[in-house]
Design a protein around this ligand. Structure first.
Ligand SMILES: Cc1cc2nc3c(=O)[nH]c(=O)nc-3n(C[C@H](O)[C@H](O)[C@H](O)COP(=O)(O)O)c2cc1C
Length: 373
């Protein structure tokens, strides 16, 4: 099974299955001398960790990360820093319950990857979905914790902005609220509505989809590349690679189709040192595949969890018809734990483009041209 790596200069490769011994990753290309500790990586992992509320899977994984390589103490500062070599990270799986999956051993869960993995490879690790399980996304979050530190001054944050039909009221957006409820919701009123709504879904053994918004601030202008290296294309690919994601938008996204040219174009005025100040950000911080210096904004839609308790029509790998209920421990709304994963993928794409920009352009292009600052 190939295609387990992502990125160009900041590149990571993940390994491991849901019910295997461990999951892990190798981060390659990270610059040296970046201070990083296990505790910092753990902080991000703890936000994605299962079993933290009744609204996520009850699988109890500590998701305790170990740094295996690629760091050393810098004598000058006493800080643990990256050495420039490959960084190995590992998390042991501790709460596997393979027996939950005995009933789906030969049957395909509708909406999951069971059939497609089997038809492609002729073998499938049915325990928790094997490699198709979102357990793999823990390693993206770990790699993302390192990526966040590659771009100086960058802040990447995410929030759940819609659960099923219930959207947040954007006028209530408060980043501090995101850490106060179990949904990463920036609107306290919406979070209260979602609590009742999702409880009903959970008790019925059902599931529901969601929309996540990721915002990166402090992104320097000039990251990205034209044509096949577009920042927005790479972001779309990164988000689409997350399990259960079915749609990605940059800036106003599909809404842009309803706007006129006057409404959509982000007007500019001269700001500090003649640098442009944008009067709006319909573009989501990217023009021509290159960052403008405004916040980079990306949204993605996550489908409802396919493993549900109600019976669904399916077939076995031997062609017999069957009606399937999926027991075991599942997230009623996988969008919730997808928030830190989306943040990680945004940070990884931006770190990669930051290094690619430094590699190709470096200090060669210094804007504003001909103006002494
Ligand atoms: C954070 C996260 C947690 C997930 N948890 C579950 C789960 O508990 N049960 C499940 O059936 N799918 C879960 N999924 C979704 C499946 O991994 C995904 O639907 C499956 O791999 C098929 O791939 P696709 O939906 O991208 O086509 C989760 C996804 C994410 C992002």
């Amino acid at each position: 099974m190939s295609h387990n790596s992502f990125g160009h200069l900041f590149r990571f490769t993940t390994f491991g299955e849901s019910h295997g011994v461990a999951i892990g990753c190798v981060v390659d290309g990270c610059p040296p001398l970046i201070p990083i500790t296990e505790a910092e990586i753990q902080r991000d992992l703890d936000r994605r960790r299962p079993g933290q509320s009744k609204y996520t899977t009850q699988r109890q994984e500590a998701d305790q990360v170990k740094i295996l390589s690629g760091v050393f103490t810098d004598e000058r500062t006493g800080l643990q820093v990256t050495t420039g070599t490959s960084i190995g990270l590992i998390i042991e799986n501790t709460d596997q319950r393979s027996k939950d999956y005995g009933e789906i051993k030969d049957s395909y869960r509708p909406g999951h990857a069971d059939y497609t993995y089997d038809v492609k490879y002729g073998i499938r690790d049915y325990r928790g979905g094997g490699r198709s399980s979102a357990r793999e996304t823990a390693m993206r979050v770990a790699a993302g914790a390192i990526a966040r530190k590659v771009v100086p001054g960058m802040l990447v944050r995410g929030a759940l902005v819609q659960m099923g039909p219930h959207r947040i009221n954007r006028a209530n957006w408060d980043w501090a609220e995101v850490d106060r409820n179990p949904f990463f919701c920036p609107d306290a009123e919406a979070a209260a509505v979602w609590a009742d709504y999702l409880d009903g879904i959970r008790k019925a053994g059902s599931s529901i989809g969601a929309v996540i918004e990721i915002v990166a601030e402090g992104v320097p202008p000039g990251l990205g590349a034209p044509i096949y290296g577009k920042l927005d294309a790479d972001l779309a690919s990164a988000m689409m690679s997350i399990n259960a994601v079915k749609g990605v938008e940059i800036g106003d996204g599909f809404e842009a189709a309803t706007l006129s040219g006057e409404q959509n174009a982000d007007e500019m005025r001269s700001g500090n040192n003649g640098a442009p100040t944008f009067l709006s950000n319909h573009a989501g911080g990217i023009l021509g595949g290159i960052s403008t210096g405004q916040p980079v904004i990306c949204r993605f839609a996550v489908k409802p969890t396919s493993s549900i308790l109600s019976e669904r029509a399916s077939v076995t790998r031997y062609g017999a018809e069957t009606d399937l209920r999926t027991k075991g421990r599942h997230d009623p709304c996988v969008g919730i734990r997808a928030v830190p994963v989306g943040e990680a993928m945004m940070a990884i794409v931006l770190a990669d483009h930051y290094l690619r920009h430094r590699g190709q352009v470096g200090e060669a292009a210094k804007w504003p041209f001909g103006v002494s600052t």
